[in-house]
Design a protein. Structure first.
Length: 273
């Protein structure tokens, strides 16, 4: 696996190395082979090892079929690994955790429920205390810019607004870890950029750890603290690249030489595979 590369200054330049916090998420030797009734199983994912720090934003990028979504589903415990384990704050996970939220490419909204009712759907399913969670839902709906649309139905919303509802639904239940499987892939470029900026702002302010799957190299570099590059199937980690841009990001960043260098570094790793 390629050694992580950092462009720009960091704490090590001054000779001061901050103490690393305990990983919030540890992926330990996780692999996946899908069984076949007619022949050998399909090896989708080679063993993956990765430690992720609290509040870190990790982008996974790679070709279709490389196991990115498979790995995300294993982290969410929606899929059992063939080998390996997932640990959250040092505790091995054996079932889905309330500490983990999942946002899919499609917003998955119920058309007969309003924005507020869609955000409150998990509370209705799991019987979570209503008054407190309603107040929280309204607060989060406002934070994602939909405070004036709480009573609107999905058909009255644009694609970007529907994704904001899906994001609000996840954030209302305050997950420590947010898994995102190409959540903005179906949006137009300008809406996608706006959603990326909104995601960074919310994730940073709430201290949420994000694992973001995408095919888009520029999106991966723009969002992440580290970009994990996956090989074609069977998927493995081909390289991990440190991104030195700090906590806040602006679209103009994409015009910088450093940004261009990093995107080409990711591209070269992909081409090497």
């Amino acid at each position: 696996m390629s050694e992580p590369r950092t462009l720009g200054r960091d704490a090590r330049d001054s000779g001061v190395v901050p103490e690393s916090p305990r990983p919030i998420l540890e992926i330990r030797g996780v692999s996946k082979t899908y069984n076949s009734a007619t022949g050998p199983g399909v090896r989708a994912l080679e063993p993956v090892d990765l430690s992720i720090r609290p509040g870190e934003f990790i982008s996974f990028v790679g070709p279709s079929g490389c196991g990115k979504s498979t790995l995300l589903n294993i982290v969410a415990h929606l899929l059992e690994p063939t080998t390996g384990s997932i640990a959250i704050e040092g505790v091995e996970q054996r079932s889905p955790s309330r500490q983990v939220g999942f946002m899919f490419q499609a917003p998955v909204l119920l058309p007969w429920r309003t924005v507020e009712q869609n955000v409150l759907l998990p509370a209705d399913i799991f019987g979570i205390g209503h008054k407190e969670i309603v107040d929280k839902a309204r607060e989060v709906i406002g934070r994602v810019g939909l405070g004036d649309f709480t009573k609107a139905y999905p058909k009255q919303l644009s694609g970007g607004m529907q994704q904001r509802v899906a994001l609000a639904r996840v954030l209302t239940y305050e997950p420590k870890i947010l898994l995102m499987d190409e959540p903005f892939g179906a949006l137009d470029e300008f809406t996608r950029e706006a959603m990326n900026l909104e995601l960074i702002r919310i994730a940073r302010s709430a201290g949420i750890t994000v694992i973001f799957v995408t095919h888009n190299i520029q999106e991966a570099v723009f969002l992440a603290d580290r970009v994990v590059v996956m090989s074609p199937r069977p998927g493995r980690v081909s390289g991990v690249i440190d991104i030195p841009f700090g906590q806040t990001r602006e679209i103009d960043l994409m015009h910088s030489t450093t940004f261009t260098d990093l995107t080409f570094e990711v591209r070269n790793i992909l081409k090497g595979d």
